[in-house]
Design a binder for this molecule. Sequence first.
Ligand SMILES: Cc1cc2nc3c(=O)[nH]c(=O)nc-3n(C[C@H](O)[C@H](O)[C@H](O)COP(=O)(O)OP(=O)(O)OC[C@H]3O[C@@H](n4cnc5c(N)ncnc54)[C@H](O)[C@@H]3O)c2cc1C
Ligand SMILES: NC(=O)C1=CN([C@@H]2O[C@H](COP(=O)(O)OP(=O)(O)OC[C@H]3O[C@@H](n4cnc5c(N)ncnc54)[C@H](OP(=O)(O)O)[C@@H]3O)[C@@H](O)[C@H]2O)C=CC1
Ligand SMILES: CC(C)=CCC[C@@H](C)[C@H]1CC[C@@]2(C)C3=C(CC[C@]12C)[C@@]1(C)CC[C@H](O)C(C)(C)[C@@H]1CC3
Length: 507
Amino acid sequence: MTSIPTETLFEYIIVEYRWIIVILALLPMSAAWKFWSIIRNYVVFKMNSAPKMHDQKVKDVQRQVKAWLSSDRSTRLCTARPTWQTMSFRHGLYKKTFTNIKVNLVDVLEVDTKNMTVRCEPLVTMGQLSRTLQPLGLALAVVPELDQLTVGGLVMGTGVETSSHRFGLFQHICLQYELVLADGSVVTCSKDENPDLFYTVPWSYGTLGFLTSVVIKLVPAKKFVRVQYHPYHSLSDLVKRFTQESVKPNPHQFVEAVVFTKDSGVVMLGDMVDEVGRDGKMNPIGKWYAEWFFKQVEKHLKRKKSVVEYIPLRDYYHRHTRSLFWELQDIISFGNNFIFRYLFGWLMPPEVSLLKLTQPEAIAKLYERAHVIQDMLLPIEHLEASINCFHDEFEVYPIWLCPFKVFNNPGQLKIKSNVDSEMFVDVGVYGVPKAKGFETVKSTRKVENFVMDHQGFQMLYADTYTSLEEFRKMFDHTLYDKVRDSLPHCKEAFPEIYGKVNKTVRK
Ligand SMILES: Cc1cc2nc3c(=O)[nH]c(=O)nc-3n(C[C@H](O)[C@H](O)[C@H](O)COP(=O)(O)OP(=O)(O)OC[C@H]3O[C@@H](n4cnc5c(N)ncnc54)[C@H](O)[C@@H]3O)c2cc1C
Ligand SMILES: NC(=O)C1=CN([C@@H]2O[C@H](COP(=O)(O)OP(=O)(O)OC[C@H]3O[C@@H](n4cnc5c(N)ncnc54)[C@H](OP(=O)(O)O)[C@@H]3O)[C@@H](O)[C@H]2O)C=CC1
Ligand SMILES: CC(C)=CCC[C@@H](C)[C@H]1CC[C@@]2(C)C3=C(CC[C@]12C)[C@@]1(C)CC[C@H](O)C(C)(C)[C@@H]1CC3
């Protein structure tokens, strides 16, 4: 059955019989972990104990930074969050050599219904937030899809979702950050207070200070999302419709597309509603027995006509969680089989952290050699050319398309200078490449060059093969460098962004 070059019999057994470990150990462990965190978060939030503890916890972060300050400072600093717990594809090697600062801040602090904001700590996850906010009739303006993504990671990296064509990236819905800096001080920043710091925190990957709380913008939520599925059998027609829907003045609340082959795909347009209308069926895609969402979407291609469905709001927000987009099909190939779904669907998905922790070396090598995970962010006018380029270099399907607005703010993302905002699209490619002549580094480099030539950006949770020079060209470092120069001990404490995301520091 296997064609992976496994080095030992032990490794061979681990790879080939991994499903036994996944089903008997990882799935039950994941479920127990989820169950425990839901109860714990609920109790803490209801008892309202978290806001009182917050200052104490921030002081503890300050204490650790000050201890480093008074040491010989021979190492740099990073958070102590184990690398297997994170949503990045690789393990950060710097965690082993840097001083690890414990930032164990896991709570939703305050929901302000008057100002429509929520204040929360950096380790709060998207799943935890949507669970807390939904009963209050609220939602984050942008909810990145995977349950396990944290507020801290999304602020220091980036976050995108199908409402981003209206609200922008995750950074654009954040109103205030509280950080512990390298000199041990606590600062808050917003567009009016310490604006340079405020605008350079996103995409800084923890290289300016430790985030301790964030104020995020909320929007009113309704019970369901009315989703229209529009199948296309021509790439240019799909791109035309997708672009029109993204840029029009009064767009639908959610816009997304999944491209299944070079010339077929489905455009999805969604709007929140309170009741299920007569024009479509209710589809609770979050139920344990439901088919994986992308498989359901694929079926609309065959129907050839537009269809309307009503999806419960939380199910919609986390629609790609149960199948980790389409990555789980490579891990549990029979995961979408109806017998498996009825028996074990309620345990899905296995926690990404547990998958990462138990990933054998042979699988890591297989992914390195024959798997692509990349999100490229490009101005929307280059969408069709991007898909053609991705097809030539990778030939990986499905492709995820999500439009998003980039506001003309200071910081690392530079857009055309004469506009208030520019529409971009996230082209997400996750899977096994079928392109002839695919070679991980060579092919990814070609795509990276295409992205740079078209004024795009690369998401950095995945592998980047850019050189430091190219990276600094892709992301504008002018203000970032100025801020690092001005913050005491910053350059001594933290490497620059490239030092945390390039391939040599991640394995
Ligand atoms: C039940 C089960 C559980 C699994 N659990 C995990 C897991 O927890 N974590 C994990 O990472 N993987 C997991 N896998 C994936 C598994 O390791 C690979 O699918 C398998 O080893 C691919 O080898 P193959 O020769 O059997 O597949 P074939 O179908 O023969 O594959 C042909 C070629 O396609 C490529 N290929 C196939 N699958 C992949 C893939 N996933 N990524 C990159 N290239 C691929 C390889 O180059 C391979 O040589 C699981 C698979 C199964 C069936
Ligand atoms: N839909 C989407 O938008 C998706 C986004 N992603 C990406 O996944 C990542 C988020 O994953 P997640 O596991 O939550 O985050 P991680 O723990 O991987 O953190 C990402 C970066 O943020 C830094 N960071 C996190 N918390 C803090 C903090 N409190 N103070 C200072 N720095 C901090 C980390 O620094 P350190 O290295 O020191 O720990 C790290 O460099 C993001 O990069 C995001 O772009 C992935 C999938 C989907
Ligand atoms: C911007 C958007 C929407 C990005 C979606 C990113 C997902 C597809 C990524 C995030 C985490 C991710 C890199 C991951 C993996 C697949 C792709 C994921 C789910 C897997 C599960 C692939 C198998 C690997 O052995 C391993 C377990 C290490 C990783 C873990 C992280």
